[in-house]
Design a protein around this ligand. Sequence first.
Ligand SMILES: [Mn+2]
Length: 329
Amino acid sequence: MNASIDFIGDIHGHYDELVVLLKKLGYEERCGAYRYPGNARTAVFLGDYIDRGSQVRETVNLVRAMRDAGSAVALMGNHEFNALSFWHENGDGGHVIHAIRGGYLREHAFNKVAIHVKTVESYRGRKAEFLEVLDFLKTLPFYLETETFRAQHACFDLKGAELLKSMKLRAFSDGNFDELIARANDQYNEYEDSLYYPLNLFLKGPEMDLPNGLTFQDAEGVRRKRTRLRWWIDPKNANLQEINFQPGVELPPLEIPQDVRDRDFYGENERPVFFGHYWLTGLPELIRDNVCCLDYSVAGYRGDGRLVAYRFDGEQKLDAKKFVWVDAM
Ligand SMILES: [Mn+2]
């Protein structure tokens, strides 16, 4: 793999912006795939290619062509994971999860259908192709790690990575899919070797239950009982404002439960880590000089988001001048 890498945040079917961004980064289309001249750089897509935007099929085709050409690595996002669960019947291959009611590993509830509908629409009249795309999604790695960086869709968890390594599991296609997708949805450890803990962290990030039935409304108006956590902050002595990571939402001061206080965090001396997932707004900025989120809501409903990349050349202190972006069109 190249030492020079362009990390690219959540695309969500915004193909037009993706093409503009790749060209801005110097990639050129050759033999059906975008490539950097002389293959001197590699793109790393941080997941969430599908849902929300209207050009899902075009986005998947572009990402897949680059992956197949070796000019990009495409990681798995929670939306790809959710799509695989949404279309997988609970109990297929004999692997039932009793805690999940309904016929599929991801419930066909109103909100969950609504968020996935653009993807299905994008493959209308092309069901066979869509089923084949699901097979492609099974091959997407959960994370990427080299001597100089780490990258995943949401959170890098050191213990989770050790666990996945010990199972030799980089992607669902490394094993029996029916079994692995069931274990990945096994929130209450019906399987002794549940994969819920590591995969939920890598793809969705850590969350904290709010006490006393407290809820808040997220940016899309969905009522939530849990809030996302800044997994790079030491939770030992942090207060809620410091550790809560729900941009645009004000929570009252609350007690932080002991299991959250005790959790691992990504330290200041770890190698740089790149991720998407968190719906940031405004202009790109570094969270810390080794922590870089590239999701700036290109698919946000306000239409003022951007698709963001970071041009990485191995530096261990990241540089805010190396962001490159395209405004939502
Ligand atoms: Mn996401």
